[in-house]
Write a protein that binds this ligand. Structure first.
Ligand code: DGY
Length: 408
């Protein structure tokens, strides 16, 4: 494993563009929001200063309204589509107009724990920015206390079957000819379909036209889905941000007031028929009726529900490497297609840690299983859960980062 530790460090260093990391060369040539948060904990294993810088460059792209964008386009790269001109972001640095799961506060707390000397000094200038970002979610993304996404990319789980219903209800615009770049980097069978891209780009066009003014977009937005990824991750991030604030001696009453709102919101994602945390389309009221890897972020959020552990064990028994991003017993399961089945190491990290916190040894088992998958197959973006075959981009920052976090 020493060789793999070295390889993981080399990947991180190669993906470092000086102050920010790209997820992988070619396919994703910019700074991605949650990728960067995971990158920070990878750097923490060998370069603490660089770890803090990763979060600092991300927060420097924060918009005036508090939003921290999902992609920061530091330097234009024609190898990626859709780029800054299509998005028309209005922040201080060219960016997209949507956010991504806010794991950053939780990763900042880990950095602080690793680096108690520098923790306060490095986090203090960022604290208010984090509060404004979390408040932005509370102001613009809640539905009965559950956190919604307004674009499939906002959740990070781009093409999960969870929003097939909401996507089918979304009428795509005629966008004319456009050239995708992702399928020039990886095999099309591992990526979303063109019908998905037509809808992704339709949503971008609507936001761009409104200059991403949330007040104007709120009422008419054609895609609004209450999502466990966002709800559980923001709930955990509120708890961690409150802890960071207490350490800094700040008033955290506002942050603490958000926690019960999201706890109640999480319960609105409980699908009583399927007995799982599920996705709900707020526009149609329909459940997705899907067990996904995001359903298992409940423990990470501090919620233990008796029915969830049997689901986890069932889906993991059906594959060689858990946790599949979609239920292998569902007809929509596809082992290699991005979020419709493959395993993602960074979600496994959050799931495993949540399980640990509730004293379930399933967390340790999941980490072992994931580490073996990486040993056998390298630092891929995601993996086929049945065979472990690497899929998507290679030499991937977050997979390397998680390996280093576990090794250190
Ligand atoms: C992509 O380009 O596929 C990304 O997932 C968007 O965040």
């Amino acid at each position: 494993t020493q060789r793999l530790d070295q390889e993981a460090r080399d990947i991180m260093i190669r993906n470092d563009r000086g102050g920010y990391s790209v997820p992988t060369h070619g396919l994703y040539p910019y700074q991605w929001n949650w990728d960067s948060a995971f990158a920070a904990i990878g750097y923490a294993a060998f370069d603490m200063d660089r770890a803090w810088i990763e979060l600092e460059t991300l927060m420097a792209a924060q918009w005036h309204d508090g939003m921290v964008p999902h992609i920061v386009f530091h330097e234009v790269d024609p190898g990626y589509f859709p780029g800054p001109d299509i998005w028309g972001g209005v922040g201080p640095v060219p960016s997209t107009g949507i956010s991504q799961p806010p794991v950053a506060a939780s990763m900042a707390l880990r950095l602080w724990d690793n680096d108690p000397e520098m923790g306060a000094e490095r986090f203090l200038p960022m604290f208010d920015g984090f509060v404004r970002w979390h408040r932005w979610f509370m102001d613009w993304r809640l539905h009965d206390g559950a956190v919604c996404i307004t674009h499939p990319w906002e959740s990070g789980r781009d093409n999960t079957p969870d929003w097939d219903g909401a996507m089918a209800n979304l009428i795509p615009r005629d966008l004319g000819e456009y050239q995708r770049r992702d399928t020039g980097h990886v095999d099309a069978s591992m990526r979303p379909h063109k019908s998905d891209y037509d809808r992704y780009l339709t949503l971008v066009a609507i936001g761009h036209e409104a200059r991403w003014e949330q007040g104007a977009l709120h009422a008419s937005w054609p895609f609004r889905v209450a999502d466990p990824t966002m709800t559980f991750i923001l709930l955990r991030a509120h708890r961690d941000l409150a802890e960071l604030g207490r350490r800094l001696g700040r008033d955290v009453s506002e942050i603490e007031s958000w926690i019960p709102i999201l706890e109640a919101g999480a319960e609105t994602l409980w699908n009583p028929e399927l007995k799982t945390y599920d996705v709900r389309d707020t526009l149609s009221g329909e459940w997705s009726c899907c067990v996904s890897n995001a359903s298992f972020l409940c423990w990470w959020a501090g919620i233990d529900r008796a029915e969830m552990l049997p689901h986890l064990r069932r889906v993991n028994r059906a594959v060689r490497f858990g946790v599949p991003s979609h239920d292998p017993e569902s007809p929509a399961f596809e082992a290699k297609r991005y979020w419709r089945g493959p395993v993602w190491a960074m979600l496994n990290m959050l799931i495993a840690e949540g399980l640990d916190e509730f004293g379930y040894d399933d967390g340790a088992l999941l980490r072992q299983n994931t580490a073996r998958m990486i040993e056998e197959n390298g630092f891929a973006e995601y993996f086929d859960p049945i065979t472990g075959a690497p899929a998507g981009g290679q030499n991937f920052t977050w997979t390397a980062a998680i390996w280093l976090d576990w090794a250190s």
